[in-house]
Design a protein around this ligand. Structure first.
Ligand SMILES: [Zn+2]
Length: 172
């Protein structure tokens, strides 16, 4: 009736999204505790302790965090800033080297090429957000973590009755 952990044989699992949410609140509590410990005089010990805990948390969070959508805005803004910086550098180089009269034409060509690259990245982002992302998110939402060893398993169907039973069992 229960799913067994392929690594340690335990039958106790916890939904990955719950583990993730709890990890986030742990992290907040952690940073609050840091201030108290520094104020209490045990700064070194407290700092070292909390830092270690924070690093472990970060590793775990990376392992169990939900997939993210790619941000179109970040790509656009990053592309724009990149283009301005590169054109500035090219303009700077041109002023010193005096490469010739058709610099503006070269700059325009460079600008078009750059826009083409940004457009390709935007297309990749759209493919990721519309295709891969929902599939990965569904997979993440159906993932469970073994309570004994941290091994992560995925259920094949969200309507799997075993999966539903497991969720109830863990929450109670
Ligand atoms: Zn296990």
């Amino acid at each position: 009736m229960n799913i067994e952990c392929p690594q340690c044989g335990s039958t106790e699992f916890k939904k990955l999204s719950l583990v993730y949410a709890e990890g986030l609140s742990d992290l907040n509590a952690c940073s609050r505790g840091w201030g108290l410990l520094v104020g209490g005089g045990g700064a070194d010990l407290g700092f070292g302790k909390v830092r270690t805990k924070g690093q472990i948390q970060t590793k775990l969070s990376q392992k169990i965090s939900p997939p993210r959508k790619w941000s179109y805005w970040k790509i656009l803004v990053g592309g724009l800033i990149g283009m301005l910086v590169l054109e500035f550098i090219l303009g700077y180089v041109d002023t010193f080297l005096r490469t010739g009269g058709n610099f503006n034409q070269q700059l325009a060509r460079f600008g078009y090429a750059w826009l083409g690259i940004v457009a390709v990245i935007l297309c990749l982002a759209a493919r990721h957000n519309l295709g891969l992302y929902p599939r990965r998110y569904r997979m993440w939402n159906r993932s469970f973590m073994c309570r004994s060893c941290g091994h992560i398993v995925q259920l094949n169907r969200s309507s799997d009755p075993r999966g539903q039973a497991l969720v109830r069992e863990v929450r109670s």
